[in-house]
Design a protein around this ligand. Structure first.
Ligand SMILES: Nc1ncnc2c1ncn2[C@@H]1O[C@H](COP(=O)(O)OP(=O)(O)O)[C@@H](O)[C@H]1O
Ligand SMILES: [Mg+2]
Length: 156
């Protein structure tokens, strides 16, 4: 799979699918550049592994991975590419995984319409489906910059 990708990548995205790991203030952060379908799968796998490490149950890992897949699919489809950043936030009571997908595409023209149940034609449920799968979904979008964040919480 790697070898096949070599020729397909544009020079700018070479190697970017390697998950970046940082540990600022003990808060784990990973990011995956999403420019191909393989990157989308990688983003799903990385967030699933992170959720497992943080003690989320299998069904919750799947919810989060599915939601992330929808955000990554949108970034690919509407903007061509994007960056997916995953952060773990902890306090005494909960652990949260916050995933933010950022792209530099045209923006979501009408956020309210985009969040109308039944709007998406996507098998994975699109933004509405993603919102149902997690505890929280936030969108901020303007031409040239779209940020969609999702959060999944677990009680400690
Ligand atoms: N990253 C994005 N950039 C621009 N437009 C977007 C983006 N994500 C979603 N949209 C817009 O919001 C709509 C709803 O998205 P979604 O719920 O995923 O449904 P679908 O992709 O199946 O149309 C899309 O049809 C598109 O117009
Ligand atoms: Mg979609």
């Amino acid at each position: 799979m790697r070898r096949l990708r070599e020729g397909l990548d544009d020079p700018g995205s070479k190697g970017t699918h390697k998950a970046f790991e940082g540990a600022a203030h003990m808060n784990k952060e990973r990011s995956v550049a999403v420019a191909t379908q393989d990157d989308l799968i990688m983003a799903r796998q990385v967030v699933r592994a992170l959720a497992r490490e943080e003690g989320f149950q299998t069904v919750e890992q799947t919810r989060l991975a599915t939601a992330v897949g929808e955000l990554a699919r949108n970034a690919l489809l509407y903007a061509g590419k994007g960056i997916c950043t995953m952060q773990v936030r902890r306090n005494e009571r909960d652990v949260s995984i916050v995933v933010t997908m950022i792209d530099e595409g045209p923006g979501i023209a009408d956020i309210e319409t985009a969040l109308t149940p039944g709007f998406s034609m996507s098998w994975g449920g699109g933004l509405v489906g993603a919102r149902r799968l997690v505890d929280r979904l936030d969108i901020s979008s303007e031409p040239g910059h779209t940020e969609v964040s999702i959060t999944l919480n677990r009680r400690l």
